[in-house]
Design a protein around this ligand. Structure first.
Ligand SMILES: [Cu+2]
Length: 187
């Protein structure tokens, strides 16, 4: 939240609660501040850096009990003047992890491993998201649960290896359709 948003929130609070005592107001303000700082902390903690790369909001989606695969998504920004490449992913949550690309071919949604790594152009940004490029955690050792985080290591050609944490969101997070394609991996 910015200073302006905070000032607006404070003004709105004054308008809404003109008759409250000072103690009540103080209590509410402290509560709101606690919420604000919690929010700021969470946002700051969920961005990772490796050399010129910024990895923002790695997330995964909760899976049904017994599922053997889960997706992984994030945005990576290259602030440098040379392209880089995402080469590999490892995590203790699954036996292996692959980089996949989803595309519609002859009207059928297909998914295939990305060969040779995923290029992150100089000064550019690549978004891994449901329906496009994504990570696939294959052979889950434990199912990702909503609200939890699990660690993984991303290895880039130039920036090297970086440890990140995937925040697990509810099963219906993001766009639909991905679940079906994940199921096709299970056999
Ligand atoms: Cu996939």
């Amino acid at each position: 939240m910015s200073i302006q948003q905070f000032a607006a929130a404070r003004a709105a609070f004054r308008t809404a609660c003109p008759f409250r005592s000072f103690e009540e107001r103080l209590g509410i303000v402290v509560f709101v501040l606690a919420l604000l700082f919690a929010g700021i902390h969470q946002a700051a903690a969920h961005e990772f850096k490796a050399g010129d790369l910024e990895i923002d909001h790695p997330w995964s989606r909760a899976v049904p009990a017994g599922a053997s695969v889960a997706g992984g998504y994030f945005t990576v920004t290259n602030k440098g003047s040379a392209p880089d490449k995402l080469l590999s992913i490892t995590s203790d949550i699954s036996a292996k992890a692959e980089l996949h690309e989803m595309a519609v071919k002859d009207g059928v949604m297909t998914m295939r491993p990305v060969e040779g790594g995923l290029e992150i152009p100089a000064g550019g940004k690549v978004e891994l998201k449901p329906g496009g490029f994504h990570l696939m955690f294959i052979g889950l050792k434990q199912p990702p649960k909503p609200g939890e985080k699990f660690p993984a290591t991303l290895t880039f050609e130039k920036a090297g290896s970086v440890k990140v944490e995937f925040a697990v969101e509810a099963m219906d997070a993001g766009s639909g359709g991905m679940k079906m394609d994940h199921d096709s991996h299970a056999n």
